[in-house]
Design a protein around this ligand. Structure first.
Ligand code: IVH
Length: 738
């Protein structure tokens, strides 16, 4: 099933540990689904049995329990079950009750804190200044009311000061605070519950756009806390999900969940591989001089602070600028909403901050949010339509993905006629049926998602959906492997699998042939001109010109790019292009470093393969199975005959070093980036592993090495510190390492 479903609609997931749900919730667990009923927008106050004479008190208790529960799901488990909007409505209802009846406020009310609990497995530390959340507004009227309230609360400030707002997009990621001491990055904390965050220093160090040292000549503040959002850009998100799917691992519902999952890793090499980014938008505590007084620094305006961040080398949210009053705030909002899909990352609104930092300080905070800043959220892009049919799409690895064929409907200005249903379990959980009225939503430009059926509108004769047991393309029996969510077609010559494999072969993840896109491959297959990837290389300009929309320039490019790939493709790209199950780009690299060519790889036994870093029994078996299949061998022979037969690149080894051919892994915090060390090791002929295994020759440890050090010691693997590693770089082979 989809592991991190953003919204899970009736019936509630049953696999969740029941102790995670406060007992008081049991009676509220069911009413939520009805929130999808027409005329009752989600999150609208529900009617609960009222045993208490004090309705407000009872309702407040229910809301607190419910909000705490959803906080926990959202912040601690990264697995929210209701929309942000639904949450916001419940939250506001509680705020409203507590404002009217202050005596009902309790110390544990979610209105008094900003987030979820802290995970037990990462060390936690207190923020020097609390990290607040933001209040939301949803309309120009509400924005205006917020701005007027701020004005009233600070009557002594000039009209001009109270009218000038810094606006930037509201980034949909994870808030994080970085600390710099005398210009050097020393600590990163997640927001956590606002008071205390998780220490993610090592993980954040792997984030590429994070300055490890502030740019410029200084002098730098003795201590500077920079706050911002950790994000996964859409492209990285899609690539990650593709890799996860190929490996039969869980996929993430959205970039925010993917960013959270990637940051809270005890193994920071996983974080490093995920391509996270940090965008800076505000400051925590600032201490200009050692022994001085902690404060807000010399920047009088928020705009100056942002400019300073940029000079220091931070990326800041795209398109931030000053807005004067409601009209400009509204213009900015409209512009951002229109640009939303074109941005490389997801945003869910606009944040407005008073530009004047004195006014900011004077206004301060309510119990839960600043009085000087507010988020104007975009309306959710949802719509109701009819699910006409469920069709099954066959992927390159044979995975059968159910697709909702919808009566076309406009969602936030885009016509949607298909949405993914992920897998069999997901359909069963939601009890989605053909003919149902369904709610769909679009988040960014990610494939639209089905939120759930509107049960009230279900036709009486509808029947539960039966997931097919046969491949819809070739009719062969499908199978669902243990531990996997997906059904697969295992027929190697299934036409759909072949087409997708061919598209993969020339794609970026494969040989990366420029100009040969999915559309053309499909067209050539349809025309019966190509049946497998080898056929592509037999195409000539003349015949290509016979295809509609194919001009001379494109046809030339098509043929030359393929020829270039044929002559010059590196072995690792070739291996990746073959689409061997469980062999992605990283594993292909490992194999290409160890084997001379495909002949050598074919000769490798299961044991030979498993000696390599990152290759376990499953991957080894999958590689063996690939070579054991006749159709694959025939295809390889054709590639060989046409000259597409790459050999291992001779490593540019300046000299044989003591590290040549050695398997090595880095862990802990090193004096330079992990990547730099990996490059040095590779240049010295070492094979860099991506994760721990008993097959390692060396483990190089920096500060706070964690569990890998213990494991290495237990397994009797040689442990080196940085200095010992550097010494080995220059040592001749055969000399002793110790
Ligand atoms: S400024 C005092 N600017 O949204 C608060 N926050 O729902 C100053 N967020 O956790 C925050 N984008 O961390 C600011 N451009 C932006 C933001 C932003 C996202 C986060 C913020 C908070 C959450 C509130």
């Amino acid at each position: 099933m989809k592991q991190h479903s953003l919204f899970s609609v009736p019936p509630r997931e049953t696999g969740r540990p029941s102790e995670a749900v406060p007992p008081s919730l049991s009676m509220t667990a069911e009413p939520l689904p009805q929130s999808l009923a027409p005329g009752q927008p989600d999150g609208e106050p529900h009617v609960y049995p009222d045993k208490d004479t004090d309705q407000d008190a009872a309702r407040a208790a229910v809301l607190r329990a419910e909000l705490n529960h959803h906080n926990y799901l959202y912040h601690t488990l990264d697995a929210p079950e209701i929309t942000d909007e639904a949450y916001d409505r419940l939250f506001r209802e509680l705020v409203e009750i507590e404002a009217r009846r202050p005596e009902l406020q309790t110390p544990d009310s979610p209105t008094r804190r900003t987030g979820g609990e802290v995970l037990p497995d990462l060390e936690t530390r207190a923020h020097s200044l609390r990290m607040y959340g933001l209040d939301n507004v949803f309309s120009p009227e509400e924005w205006q009311a917020f701005a007027l309230r701020a004005k009233r609360q600070l009557p002594e400030a000039s009209e001009e000061i109270m009218n000038e707002w810094w606006a930037d997009p509201k980034l949909d990621g994870l808030a994080c605070e970085l600390t710099y001491e005398n210009g050097v990055f020393v600590q990163a904390l997640t927001r956590g519950d606002g008071e205390t965050g998780e220490v993610v220093t090592a993980a954040m160090r792997t984030v590429r756009n994070l300055p490890l040292r502030l740019r410029g000549n200084g002098p730098f503040p003795a201590r500077l806390e920079v706050r911002g959002e950790v994000l996964m850009f859409r492209r990285q998100f899609e690539e990650l999900n593709q890799r996860q799917e190929e490996a039969g691992q869980k996929t993430f519902a959205n970039p925010r969940n993917a960013a959270a999952g990637s940051l809270r890793q005890l193994d920071t090499s996983i974080t490093a591989a995920r391509g996270l980014r940090f965008l800076a938008y505000s400051a925590g505590q600032i201490l200009m001089e050692e022994g001085g007084e902690a404060g807000r620094g010399p920047w009088e305006k928020h705009a100056d602070l942002i400019a300073a961040f940029r000079e220091y080398g931070f990326e800041t949210p795209t398109g931030g600028r000053l807005c004067c009053g409601l009209r400009e705030a509204q213009t900015y909002y409209n512009e951002m909403e229109a640009k939303r899909d074109a941005l490389p990352f997801e945003i869910d609104g606009v944040v407005y901050k008073l530009n004047d930092r004195d006014a900011e300080e004077a206004l301060g905070y309510t119990a839960r949010a600043p009085r000087f800043a507010v988020a104007w959220k975009f309306a959710a892009r949802r719509a109701k339509t009819t699910l006409e049919r469920i069709t099954i799409q066959v992927g390159r690895t044979g995975v059968l993905t159910p697709v909702a064929e919808l009566k076309p409907v406009s969602v936030g200005g885009v016509m949607v006629s298909r949405a993914t249903l992920h897998n069999e379990d997901e359909i069963r959980h939601m009890d989605i049926r053909e003919g149902d009225t369904v709610i769909i939503q679009r988040a960014g430009d990610v494939i639209p998602d089905v939120v759930g059926p509107v049960l009230e509108e279900r036709k009486p004769d509808s029947v539960p959906y039966e997931f097919p047991r046969r491949c819809p393309e070739c009719g062969s029996e499908a199978s669902r492997l243990e531990g996997e969510a997906a059904w697969r077609c295992l027929n190697m010559s299934c036409p759909a699998v072949l087409l997708r494999s061919m598209v993969h072969f020339v794609s970026k993840a494969g040989l990366d042939v420029q100009g040969v896109g999915a559309r053309w491959v499909e067209e050539l297959v349809k025309a019966g001109r190509v049946r497998n990837a080898a056929d592509l290389f037999t195409l000539e300009v003349k015949e290509l010109l016979g295809f509609e929309r194919m001009g001379e320039v494109l046809a030339e490019k098509f043929v030359t790019s393929l020829d270039e790939a044929r002559r010059a493709a590196p072995l690792e790209r070739f291996i990746a292009a073959l689409g061997i199950r469980l062999v992605g780009e990283q594993t292909a690299k490992t194999l290409a470093a160890d084997f001379e060519d495909m002949d050598a790889l074919e000769q490798a036994t299961q044991e030979d393969l498993m000696r390599l870093p990152d290759i376990g029994p499953e991957v080894a078996a999958s590689i063996r199975a690939f070579f054991a299949t006749d159709s694959n061998r025939t295809l390889l022979e054709r590639f060989r005959a046409m000259g597409l037969w790459p050999r291992r690149k001779e490593r540019p080894m300046r000299k044989e070093t003591a590290l040549s051919g050695k398997r090595i892994l880095f862990t802990g915090t090193l004096s330079r980036s992990r990547e730099e060390f990996q490059n040095m090791a590779e240049a010295a002929g070492a094979l860099v592993a991506a994760s721990f295994s008993k097959k390692l020759d060396y483990l190089v440890v920096g500060e706070n090495p964690g569990s890998k050090l213990t494991k290495a010691e237990e397994a009797g693997i040689a442990v080196l510190d940085e200095a010992a590693f550097t010494a080995l770089l220059d040592q001749k082979e055969g000399e002793s390492a110790r």
